[in-house]
Design a protein around this ligand. Sequence first.
Ligand SMILES: NC(=O)C1=CN([C@@H]2O[C@H](COP(=O)(O)OP(=O)(O)OC[C@H]3O[C@@H](n4cnc5c(N)ncnc54)[C@H](OP(=O)(O)O)[C@@H]3O)[C@@H](O)[C@H]2O)[C@@H](O)CC1
Ligand SMILES: Nc1ncnc2c1ncn2[C@@H]1O[C@H](COP(=O)(O)OP(=O)(O)O)[C@@H](O)[C@H]1O
Ligand SMILES: [K+]
Length: 503
Amino acid sequence: MMLQAPLSHYVLTARQSREVDRKTIEEMGIDGFTLMEIAGSSAAKAILSDRPGSSHGLYLCGKGNNAGDALVVGRYLMQHNIAATLVFLSGTGDLSPDAEKNLELLREFDSRNQLTIFESWGAFDQSGSWDFIIDGMLGTGLDSELRGDYLKGVQWANKQPAPVLSMDIPTGLHADTGESMGACIRAEQTFAFGGRKQGHYLEEGPARTGKITYCELPFPNHFKSSCNTFLLDESWVERPPAQPGRHKYASGVLYIIAGSEGLTGAAILAAQSAWAEGLGAVIIVCPRGLLSVYEHNLPSIIKKPVGDTSDDHFKPQHLSHTLEILREKEGVVLLGPGLGRQEETASFVSRFLSRNLRNTVIDADALWALARSGQWDKPDDTQWILTPHPGELSRFTDHPITNDYQRLNFVRTFSSDHHITILSKGMPGIIGTSSGTCYITNYNTRYFARAGNGDVLAGKVGAYLAFGRAPDDSCAGGLLQGKQKLDRYLETAQGLPEPRDFI
Ligand SMILES: NC(=O)C1=CN([C@@H]2O[C@H](COP(=O)(O)OP(=O)(O)OC[C@H]3O[C@@H](n4cnc5c(N)ncnc54)[C@H](OP(=O)(O)O)[C@@H]3O)[C@@H](O)[C@H]2O)[C@@H](O)CC1
Ligand SMILES: Nc1ncnc2c1ncn2[C@@H]1O[C@H](COP(=O)(O)OP(=O)(O)O)[C@@H](O)[C@H]1O
Ligand SMILES: [K+]
């Protein structure tokens, strides 16, 4: 089964967000004021339950609808006796119509003199104290580096002891790219209205948004159909069921074509990682000169040597025997970990890829060889999963990939153009599918940035593919399996986890 994310996990660009908003207003007749009311009231409800005992909030407001959301929050919380101090960074003379209406309402609801309003940053008396700061300065309307007093407002808020709670997106964070536009709020919590935004998960986003709380808005599902990016998490990706009691070869076979002199560790880690998932068989195909290393380290793994005892890396003359071995049993292939970059090995890889009919995970040095050859002789009906780290990915394009936004866009077009699946490693991890849909991780993948973790991941992805899971689902399973192990490790252990902790 291919991945099927719930709609609550869709991730929008600013343009998609505006488009859904506009269509809901124009075609469904649900006006912007109502959307704002739902957005602000659900954030207020969460704040009331998360922060009991609060008595005073500070509201930093711009002039657009992001400010309107903040004003709705202020009104609900004032009803619960939480005083509100409002600071308008662009004054109150040019508010968006819905924000203006909400300011009027807030004034009318203020029966106990709990409202203080400053009409500019300059007028703001900063000596007060607040239980929280609501960031309603800028949302998806941000269109450039921060201007005017917004820079001051952001820098000041980041220095306050009170937690900052952002409406929709931290002010200064670009909704599409996740870049900080001159300066950016560091929020403790962000309420994502009607959809998560790409910028929450790319570049600076994860460090700036804090905890993300998704607040649903009444957008009809068919308006979301243009969305092709989803958040990947364990709430919806299923763990593969164990397959006990089946014949060993019926419960999945993975052929691993990997390793060369000095790099056998990568092949060993990948094989151990795949084996730990309960496959029927893991078969390592190796140059005969390395057989003793694997005999010593991998007792449970079947070894199939090719070539002669002087061979310590793959060569074109190993091709026909390798293909013959692959014909023995149904299975899938993991090609690449520790293959090395000898000319002969690169040539073996290119020829192998054009003739191999097994579904294949292509990793590490096999990616290097594939990019170098520039040939795309993928046999029809063969599924390929490429697992590049950012350096390996950039070899597939002449255009530099210097940020996550470019990486996401490149992964999307490259995987759909070539009808392959890409697991782009990095922070975040991104899965690109042949349909153009992408999935983004939402956890700190930097814990995996140690040599060997890529081999463990490739082993898992290969194992899931061998179990018959779809390529995108295999990638998701591999990533999230590591995440679960990471969570358990962080609960109990100290220091940085090692690759074996993820096996
Ligand atoms: N979409 C939805 O589903 C829903 C959206 N909702 C909410 O609306 C938000 C979007 O509101 P929005 O479009 O009014 O834009 P918003 O972010 O308030 O700011 C616009 C103002 O910012 C200014 N400005 C721009 N860049 C700047 C800079 N660098 N430095 C300084 N100023 C800058 C620019 O000023 P100008 O240049 O025009 O003078 C413009 O007037 C969205 O994030 C969500 O919170 C919910 O209420 C309901 C459902
Ligand atoms: N479970 C995981 N979740 C997210 N990312 C992962 C996971 N496992 C590995 N990675 C990614 O793989 C990278 C390591 O792979 P790579 O750089 O190819 O190193 P190597 O091949 O030397 O092990 C990590 O930096 C991380 O981006
Ligand atoms: K904001």
